[in-house]
Design a protein around this ligand. Structure first.
Ligand SMILES: [Zn+2]
Ligand SMILES: [Zn+2]
Length: 194
């Protein structure tokens, strides 16, 4: 009897200290200890059935660790969610990108309030600064929401309709992603046509 009790005490102590230190490896150790504890408890319970107090202690210990394991599993699930590579923000964002469209050496301005007429698109331009694309998204934002092609959809223009031989640079560097380019805050995007 006393061997069972001290084994259970030992394992619950190990579990508690592993959980307190909190690294993944220690969480795993805690889980293994928990399984061992459960086996011990099962064996001991048979011998302890007559002693209600010990049965209650064992049962509550097991319940506490099942709950702790649940919390641990939930926290690893949340970690995996933030590892999602396409996720840019969970709490919205407000980016600005400068878009210069140059056809045969001449600037073509994006009309002001593009995306704001008859609605409020998260991607839009404001009065007085037509070539700044505002990206004002609420909630969950994924990389594909920020594609340059999405802005041309809002504008209802074909990105390739401005002229021949389209070339694109982002912050001075040539870029061949074109419509599929994922815009970032403070980008300077230049589209050149002949
Ligand atoms: Zn705005
Ligand atoms: Zn803005």
């Amino acid at each position: 009897m006393s061997i069972c009790v001290s084994a259970i005490k030992l394992f619950s102590g190990l579990n508690r200290s592993a959980k307190l230190r909190g690294t993944d490896a220690e969480h795993a150790t805690a889980s293994v200890n928990l399984l061992t504890l459960l086996l011990f408890s099962g064996e001991c319970i048979l011998g302890f059935m007559k002693n209600k107090k010990i049965v209650i202690i064992i049962a509550s210990t097991v319940i506490v660790f099942i709950l702790a394991l649940g919390v641990f599993l939930q926290s690893t699930e949340q970690k995996e969610e933030t590892r999602d590579e396409s996720l840019v923000s969970q709490k919205g964002l407000h980016y600005h990108a400068d878009l210069a469209i140059i056809v045969k050496g001449k600037r073509v301005d994006v009309p002001p309030n593009t995306g704001l007429v008859g609605g409020h698109n998260p991607m839009h331009t404001h009065d007085g600064e037509p070539n700044i694309i505002h990206m004002e998204f609420p909630g969950i934002v994924r990389a594909d929401d920020l594609m340059l092609g999405e802005f041309f959809k809002v504008w209802k223009k074909d990105m390739r309709s401005f002229g021949a031989n389209m070339k694109m640079t982002v912050n001075g560097k040539e870029n061949t992603e074109f419509e599929n380019y994922h815009m970032k805050d403070k980008d300077k995007i230049e589209l050149q046509y002949e």
